[in-house]
Every structure is written in C-alpha cells, then in structure tokens.
Design a protein around this ligand. Sequence first.
Ligand code: SAM
Length: 296
Amino acid sequence: MREADAYKEKEMPSLGIPGNTIEVLQKHHFNIQKKYGQNFLVDTHVLEKIMEAAEVTGEDCVVEIGPGLGTMTQYLAERAKEVVAVEIDRNLIPILEETLADYHNITILNEDILKVDLNRLVEEKNGGKPVKIVANLPYYITTPIIMALFENRVPLKSITVMVQKEVADRMQVGPGTKDYGALSLAVQYYARPEIVAQVPPNCFIPRPGVGSAVIRLTRYEKPPVETGNEELMFALIRAAFNQRRKTLANAIANAAQLPFSREEVTAALEKMQLSLTVRGEALTLEQFAKLADFLK
Ligand code: SAM
C-alpha cells in the first residue's frame, strides 16, 4: 500500500466544516435524498471523537457504510491502511471521486450495503482478517445493517457508528427498561456496547428530526453466555418481543414458527424457578440461553 500517499498533506479542505459541505452541495447541485437517510455530518469535534472511539490505525482495513460526500472517509483514509466505502446513491459517486481524489487507499463501491456479500469483500480486501466498521449510518436501516453484520459472521473487530439516540439506548440497556428488546439481546450476545458521544441535530446538514449518538460495539471472541441452541434462543427472543405485552409462556406458545405448547414452556420456566406469568422483557440474555437449552 501507498502509505506515504495516505498520510501526505491534503489540500482538500475538511468537509467537517459546514461552509465546505454547503459549497460541495451547491457546486454539484446535489439533491439531498431523504429516502436514503442523508444527513451529512458537519462537526470536526464529532468526527475526531468517532476516530478516537474507533481506534483506527495504519494496520486497519475499514469498511464505511454510506460515505455520503466523503467527510468521514477523509478522516478514515488518513488513519487506516485501507478504506472500502459502500454508497447506494449513484449521484454521490462523482462527488466522492472529487472529494477523495487525493487518497489512494480508498475503494468506492456503488452498492446497497444490504446486498453486498461482506464476507467476500473482507476476504478480497483484507485476506479474511477482521475489519473495523465505521459509519454515520442511514437511520432507516440501522437495525438490519447491524444484525446482518453479526448474523452473517462478518469477520470484524468493532463497529463504531452514529445512530439515532433511541436506537443506541436500545442496544445498551438491560432487562426491566422500556428500551430493552430483541436488538439489545442480539447486540449484547455478539458485542460489548458503549455509547461514546451524544450528538445534537445541529451537527448535520440537513438537521435530522431526532437526536443521535455514537456507539461502539466491540465484538466478543466468545459470546458472554453459552448455549448449544443459538438459533432457538433467537427465535424465543423474537417471539417474546413480538408479543411484548403477553406473558412469555403465551408469547412462545402463540408463535407460529415455534413448536412448543404452553405446558412445555411453563415446565421449563418452573425448572428455571421463574414466575409462570413472567414477561420476556424481564429475562436476561443468560436466562434466554437457558430457556433454549431446557426447551430443546
Ligand atoms: N457518511 C456521511 C456523513 O457522515 O456525512 C453520510 C451519512 S448519511 C447519514 C447516510 C449515508 O448512507 C448517505 O450517504 C446515504 O446515501 C447512504 N445510504 C443509504 N442507504 C444505503 C444503503 N442501503 N447502502 C449504502 N449506503 C446507503
């Protein structure tokens, strides 16, 4: 790799400064696409904070989801060995070619991230070794993106992303809170979550209608709970939170995709010394893992 190139002095002014982003948008007569969740980050402190949290070094291959105008891509390219930026909006590609022209360690792919074979990409770009994911995510598909990364076992060290504040909270909380749900359990099975910054709407152009947060998910080498029935555990979790207001026994017994009767579930709950009227939202990840093992 051309490390010297990656670290050379840039003449390109930072797009983290609002005036520079506005200039690029105007120059290209760019039409901001709400449907793609386009809110461009214009705050150099937040950009620095994301870099700090992601701990990108010259050894890292980074995958950026939705580079937009290339604002964060510039920061990443200056720190990483290699950056692969996946952008769905083809109208952004000529802009990215211009804003990132000084860098030689970036590959831009004009693709929908949900359709990219990320395992293959990591194989091609990093010899299958774990990558870091860093992004200011399009909020309309945050959960499917995160779930696909984990469920498809994409080799990764960490995911450092800007998401809607409520979604960041959901990833981090434990049982007994209103935000606790299937996303909390899935994220916490695969990674250690840590919210590293709160970001107000005025850090973006255009301003989103919601607050944002940066969250870092550090991938566990081994999940924190053991179950021989991972797939069943996630099916139970989905059933429990699909019918959140029902008792766990009813939610599972009612789930068409699960073969268990109400009696079988209550027997398992008894073995676990849980109340028969307990709701899914009261169970820890460990208890869901145990329940899967008992039911199997
Ligand atoms: N990274 C830029 C920044 O921080 O200013 C832009 C962030 S903006 C919140 C989200 C970006 O994701 C947009 O550029 C949008 O076009 C892109 N995007 C939306 N859906 C996508 C998808 N399915 N696959 C890849 N990129 C997508």
